[in-house]
Design a binder for this molecule. Structure first.
Ligand code: FES
Ligand SMILES: [Fe+2]
Length: 346
């Protein structure tokens, strides 16, 4: 089950151009391309004539021409040309999905187009703000999307999954504060007077103890956004003075492809040493390694789930954030399903 009336990330801005891009979301094949003015378009990736994927066709002006018999569809999905005849058969159309380009990503609304609310796209200002330097990636993931949410929201995994970069026993020793507010869940950890993890030593050059923060926010249905960093211990970071520290923001969004696969988009941003390209060279490989390790872990989990479907899982205290996030998502899906059933019955 998926939440439908919401924005999902469909692609990086750089992935969508004048060549059709095929991608499946929530079990539905979609084709993405750009109009001549650069505006992104998303259509059902199935020609209404004989089912060829429209992604095998070509973009003509603002329209998409099927690669089989040349039927051509405008950005609204309406067939505007049938080669060899002057009339268009009634009903010759494909579904068109609302799309928006924001914060380096193309967002798609897979639910009722009439309910597409542009203001619901989360504010990820660090993704494309002038004061931030970024890196990021896309991974097709052979695991269901909620496993990616789980791994992001449970910081205790960094000790074991990321020993070379973010790992630290101090995370286990400090349970998070978990707060549900305004339809989101905030998960906060402050680790005071601890050794900096390897990646923050590279980024901040810390030699002594640090105050370290891991501040996560779950933005349903799949968003996990972070404010993470460290400052020299005792210099006031918990009270708001980060002048002796480094602040990083990360955005992690997954989009279900099907029941046990998803698309994973992440971006890492820093707002310090912006002109230091050499720091990119030293920092970014570890960042990419870290998020690749998450993908490896959840894909291995999915294989474990598939090998023993329905096997009992044991919960521990550290699962509190992930259990709350799953509950919130489940309640949203339940509410949406009930609303759709009610309107269908009217
Ligand atoms: S299948 Fe697309 S035009 Fe015939
Ligand atoms: Fe991780």
């Amino acid at each position: 089950m998926y939440l439908r009336d919401c924005w999902y990330v469909a692609a990086w801005d750089r992935e969508v151009g004048r060549e059709p891009l095929a991608r499946t979301f929530l079990g539905q094949p979609v084709v993405l391309y750009r109009r001549e003015d650069g505006t992104p378009v998303a259509l059902e990736d199935r020609c209404c004539h004989r089912n060829l994927p429209l992604s095998m066709g070509s973009v003509q002006g603002d329209n998409l021409q099927c690669g089989y018999h040349g039927l051509t569809f405008d950005p609204a999905g309406t067939c505007i040309l049938v080669p060899g005849q002057s009339t268009i058969p009634p009903g010759a159309r494909v579904r068109s999905f609302p799309v928006r380009e924001r914060h380096r990503w193309i967002w798609i609304w897979m639910g009722d187009p009439a309910r597409a609310d542009e203001t619901a796209i989360p504010d990820l200002f660090w993704n494309d703000g002038p004061d931030w330097r970024t890196t990021g990636d896309y991974h097709p993931v052979a695991a269901e999307y909620r496993l990616l949410t789980d791994i992001q929201l449970d910081a205790t995994h960094v000790t074991y999954v990321h020993p070379d970069t973010l790992g630290s026993d101090a995370v286990q020793a400090t349970p998070p504060e978990v707060e549900r507010k305004d339809g989101r869940i905030a998960i906060s950890r402050w680790l005071l007077g601890v050794e900096a993890p390897p990646i923050w030593k590279v980024a901040g050059g810390f030699a002594g103890p640090v105050d370290r923060w891991i501040l996560a926010t779950f933005v349903p249905p799949t968003g996990c956004i972070f404010d993470i960093g460290a400052a020299e211990a005792g210099t006031g970071a918990p009270e708001g003075d980060r002048s002796r520290g480094i602040t990083n923001r990360t955005s992690h969004f997954s989009t279900p492809e099907g029941e046990s696969s998803c698309h994973y988009f992440w971006l890492f941003a820093r707002n310090y040493r912006l002109d230091d390209g050499d720091l990119d060279t030293r920092l970014h490989p570890g960042v990419h390694q870290t998020f690749r390790e998450d993908v490896d872990a959840v894909e291995a989990q999915q294989r474990g789930i598939d090998a023993r479907p329905g096997a009992v899982q044991i919960d521990v205290n550290a699962d509190k954030p992930t259990i709350q996030a799953r509950r919130l998502l489940a309640s949203l899906i339940e509410g949406e399903t009930a609303a759709y059933s009610a309107s269908a019955a009217e």
